[in-house]
Design a protein around this ligand. Structure first.
Ligand code: FE2
Length: 320
């Protein structure tokens, strides 16, 4: 059975991609940003997921404003990098996982989430920048990636609650897939930023910090936040953070915060990043059983060492 092992949220600032592509990552301005992802890359290299699901938004690269699906799932075998005005980014083609994607589409649509199934799509910085931040710049991405594009560019975007519930439906879908796959879900975008108008350059560290705190501890509270609060507190483009709630909905209620990073600015954006891990199955089972008043499953006892066995024997002897 497939299972989701962790969720990763990360900003997807296009200038980060440009800094990578133009070999500027060692410049002091950019080093501050990239150094925050060194531990993340180490974590990802150890986690070695079999598949990633990347929740991101398309920035009028694959979908023009003539056609913007609310939720679009990439079911193709591969997704080339999009030309965003300077030619396609020099990053590997994203290989998909058509079988798992088709399974998710079926499960989620039958659960009444009306996804658009996409069989041909190019992917822009919204997806490729977070892959760089977590995987570096390899010749090939180390695992298949299923893109899930969410509309946050054309009013009305989906609510945070809808995104959170879609995440739950995705978890159910993944857990009903028969192959033993370890899956990591990415939520991308944010954090606070506004790129135009009188409030251009808006950053709200207090809001971003509270969002990160609640993402770990109280995601249901975030799921109730209305659009207007994102706009007011985190700027017009801060609405991208609803996509993090898809990722969070796909995780268990209780998660472990593995790592977090926050820096300002990158371009005119607050960069936020968090890694949340589901607890191992056995530990979750024990905690659940304990909560339900059942006797927890006994822990696996280690084979006693010679010294421990001798001590146990000594106790028995003394007791005689
Ligand atoms: Fe974006």
């Amino acid at each position: 059975m497939a299972r989701i092992i962790a969720g990763v949220a990360s900003s997807h600032v296009p200038a980060i991609g440009a800094a990578i592509d133009n070999h500027r990552t060692e410049e002091p301005y950019w080093k501050r940003v990239f150094s925050g992802f060194e531990k993340s890359k180490e974590w990802m290299a150890k986690a070695k997921p079999d598949v990633c699901i990347a929740v991101y938004n398309d920035h009028a690269s694959a979908f023009s404003v003539e056609f913007v699906p609310t939720f679009a799932l990439g079911c193709a075998a591969e997704f080339p990098p999009a030309d965003e005005g300077w030619g396609p980014r020099p990053v590997p083609v994203v290989k998909g996982h058509p079988e798992l994607a088709a399974h998710i589409a079926q499960s989620v649509i039958l659960d009444e989430f009306d996804l658009t199934v996409v069989n041909k799509m190019e992917v822009d910085h919204g997806l490729t920048v977070p892959l760089n931040l977590l995987f570096g710049s390899p010749k090939e991405w180390p695992c298949p990636v299923i893109p899930l594009a969410v509309n946050v560019v054309l009013y009305p975007p989906p609510t945070g609650h809808r995104c959170f519930m879609l995440g739950r439906a995705i978890r159910k879908a993944v857990e009903s897939y028969p192959e033993d796959l370890r899956v990591v879900v990415f939520g991308t975008g944010g954090m606070s930023h506004q790129i135009s108008g009188p409030r251009a350059g808006l950053i709200n560290k207090k809001f971003d910090t509270a969002f990160l705190d609640n993402l770990t501890k109280d995601p249901a509270k975030l799921a109730r936040m209305p659009h207007v609060e994102y706009m007011r507190e985190a700027g017009a483009e801060g609405i991208e953070m609803v996509m993090w709630l898809v990722m969070r909905g796909a995780l268990d209620d209780k998660v472990d915060e593995v790592y977090r990073f926050y820096t300002v600015p990158a371009s005119n954006t607050a960069v936020g990043h968090i890694i949340l891990a589901n607890r191992p199955r056995a530990a979750r089972h024990r905690a659940g059983a304990h909560k339900a008043g059942k006797r927890p499953t006994a822990r696996k006892t280690k084979t006693p060492t010679k010294r421990a066995a001798a001590r146990a024997k000594a106790v028995v002897i003394r007791g005689r």
